[in-house]
Design a protein around this ligand. Sequence first.
Ligand code: BMA
Length: 320
Amino acid sequence: MHKNSLQKSLFKRYPNNPILTAADWPYPMNTVFNAAATLLQDGTTLLLSRVEDRRGHSHLCAVRSKNGIDGWQIDPQPTLMPDPVNYPEELWGIEDPRITFLPELGKYAVVYTSFSRGGPGVSLALTEDFRQFERIGDIMPPWDKDAAILPRRFNGRWALIHRPTSASLGSHIWISYSPDLRHWGGHKIILEAREGSWWDAHKIGLSPPPVETDRGWLILYHGVKETASGAIYRLGAALFDLEDPSICLLRGDEWIFGPEERYELSGDVNDVVFPCGTTIGPDQDTINIYYGAADTSLALMSGSIREILDWLELHNSHEG
Ligand code: BMA
């Protein structure tokens, strides 16, 4: 019996999870996890998955499916490889992408973690087809990760949600703005990690890119609890103002999704669920969430945006 079986879950796991594992891959590698997701113009689901090779370095590989569930076509070669000669910040790999379609540019923004000697930083590339990429390069220096761009400008400026870490301040979620996607400023904390025994104490980060709803920007974020047997990565929710995404309207008290199934509890890193991408169904309410499980495989769950927002209203708490 699952520990949460007495509580109604907001999400249903796909029964044949995991949807993608190393066994599916057309070339040698170690693991596939933490994939960005988007729906292409023709309705195809594209996942840009993080693939870790057998040196331990990651690259990105595109996989496509007509129904977003099975029949995945995996690119026969890595789609986006680290390029440390031209981008030294990519020395030890590129990880954990998030995709946002930017209608103003007619391009997808792919924000990913570049793993440099200085630690993880945030990099940006633009693409129209996930075959050719225009690298903008490092947009936030180390330590910084878990970033995504919002799909439109606010008062003329693009907005980036990200998670810098510093010894004195800790690991909270920030927003920064840019007139041109290259120069960023106006940095501000928008959601703080809680403290003490909370599930999201000390370290939080954006998971998938914010989802626009009629009540505000829905942010699903991961919270990390340090325990005697290691860290537990779970998912929580918060809602931000539609016109000013730096304003937090609601924040859930409990986590809404955590590791319970075998493939989430055990793998290269135990006790991790780590979503980096969502797609929205034709009913405009179903949210499909693609998540890395135990840093080893890719899994899928779905829920209802309306139910998550209703839950947030009942569970709103700004205590820390
Ligand atoms: C985080 C990120 C994720 C990873 C998670 C658990 O810090 O590096 O890529 O899934 O740790 O190992």
